[in-house]
Design a protein around this ligand. Structure first.
Ligand code: GDP
Length: 444
């Protein structure tokens, strides 16, 4: 998960103020020094850090903080505002051509995730807009790039236009566009060649394709894990091609987060999407405000809710809400809920989107082993129907029987029942709009 170190350091820095009723200018200075170090350590561009710290400091020595009775909260608010601004304030959506097709040209260095992202984006357009995209295989240099695109096309059921590797990319794109017009595809996504670094020959070829295709979007894919190098690459591509937006990939593997925080300020171009995994569904719109909230460890409930809406069975979700309200949630629901949550991705990533959880010490290095969930299921399946519906029946002798039946030690059964009760309590709270106390869910 991204930003772990930064979240921790920012929280520590600001946390020191929490113990104070009132703060002085010296206190603010000290916090700003720590925030500056935290950002530099997260590999944020030097100039961006400098400007950021200056703005936050100016606001923080103002009356709103110094005279406040809750200075730490005020500073969190300022840092949150300013982080959001640095990343661009609003989410920037894809351009759409006035008449079809909308042409999107993907560019980026080799290995940045260009081809994968192209597939993810096509799938997203298909799912969200019922679009009928065509993919054009314009990378004739990297061995297997065309095959890779064809496989992706097959997986997401989107046609791929290819003329092999002996015809120039410009010609491939020209013919691909003709086909798209004939077949009335509403989006055309062009895959282009990448190199190991920005070079003139590549840029010339990309410029030629740009001239011919007149794309509505030129999306640059950069690898978040390469930190400041990604920012340099973005600068280079943008100077040559005047890109319209950036896709930041591999944010799932980037623990520092410097690229996400620097690209907008350095290039002036918005990050439009973020890639957060290798699966075709792992592409999300980039929302600066949500990202900022995530960086500050305040969670990202909106993304969590959207994920839930996407992946949850709506009917089940409504039933579940009803049960939470009526407090009739039982072990059958517990298992159902587990199965639904598992569909959303690794449990540890989901939990960290809950406000206050990102930096919970109990979650450090948390890995939820899918086997553990299977064990929980085995325990529930060893209960009788009555016991599942009425957990109060579970006295010690029943617990021992269940342990034997599921092949798990009795301590595991006890722990699960405790977790279940905590979850039930928490759900009662959540259904009333209160998110505090969620830590209990972890069974500590
Ligand atoms: P290209 O050379 O730029 O076309 O890069 P590819 O699309 O072939 O991607 C290179 C590698 O990065 C592949 O193994 C992808 O699965 C992986 N990849 C792409 N995007 C992401 C992402 O958001 N997260 C993770 N973890 N891996 C990604």
């Amino acid at each position: 998960m991204a930003f772990e170190g930064l979240t921790e350091r920012l929280q520590n820095a600001i946390g020191k103020l929490r113990r104070k009723g009132k703060v002085s200018e010296t206190d603010v200075k000290e916090v700003m020094r720590e925030i500056r170090l935290a950002l530099l350590e997260a590999d944020v561009n030097f100039q961006v850090v400098k400007d950021f710290v200056k703005t936050v400091r100016q606001r923080a020595v103002g009356a709103e903080v110094l005279e406040s009775l809750t200075p730490a909260q005020q500073i969190v608010k300022i840092v949150n505002d300013e982080l959001t601004k640095v990343m661009g304030e609003e989410a920037v959506t894809l351009e759409k051509a006035p008449k079809i097709p909308t042409i999107i040209m993907m560019v980026g260095l080799q290995g940045a995730g260009k081809t994968t992202t192209l597939g993810k984006l096509a799938l997203k357009l298909k799912k969200e807009q019922n679009a009928r995209p065509l993919l054009i295989a314009g990378d004739i240099y990297r061995p297997a790039a065309i095959d890779q695109l064809k496989i992706i096309g097959q997986n997401i059921d989107v046609p791929v236009f290819s003329l092999g590797t002996d015809i120039s990319p410009v010609e491939i794109v020209r013919q691909g566009l003709i086909q798209a017009k004939e077949k009335k595809n509403d989006y055309v996504l062009i895959d282009t060649a990448g190199r190991l670094q920005v070079d003139e020959k590549l840029m010339n070829e990309l410029s030629e394709i740009k001239q011919l295709a007149e794309p509505n979007e030129i999306l640059l894919t950069v690898d978040a894990m390469t930190g400041q190098n990604a920012v340099e690459v973005a600068k280079g591509f943008n100077e040559q091609l005047n890109v319209t937006g950036v896709v930041l990939t591999k944010l799932d593997g980037d623990t520092r987060g410097g690229a996400a925080l620097s690209i907008r300020a350095v290039t002036g171009k918005p990050i439009k999407f973020i890639g957060q995994g290798e699966k075709m569904t792992d592409l999300d719109v980039f929302y600066p405000d949500r990202m900022s909230s995530r960086i500050l460890g305040m969670g990202d409930m909106l993304t969590l809710i959207e994920k839930a809406q996407q992946d949850f069975d709506q009917k089940k979700a409504t039933e579940m809400q009803e049960k939470m309200r009526e407090n009739t949630f039982d072990f059958n629901d517990f298992i159902d809920q587990m199965a639904q949550v598992q569909k959303m991705g690794p449990m540890e990533d989901i939990i960290k989107m809950i406000p206050g959880m990102a930096n919970n010490p109990a979650l450090k290095n948390l890995k939820v082993d899918p086997k553990d969930i299977e064990h929980l299921k085995a325990i529930v399946f060893s209960m009788t129907e009555k016991e599942r519906e009425d957990p109060d029946l579970l006295n010690p002798s029943r617990r021992r029987r269940i342990a034997a039946g599921s092949g798990r030690p009795v301590q595991d059964v006890n722990r699960m029942i405790k977790q279940f009760n905590q979850m039930k309590k928490m759900m009662g709270k959540v259904s009333k709009g209160n998110f505090s106390g969620m830590e209990g869910m972890l069974g500590n």
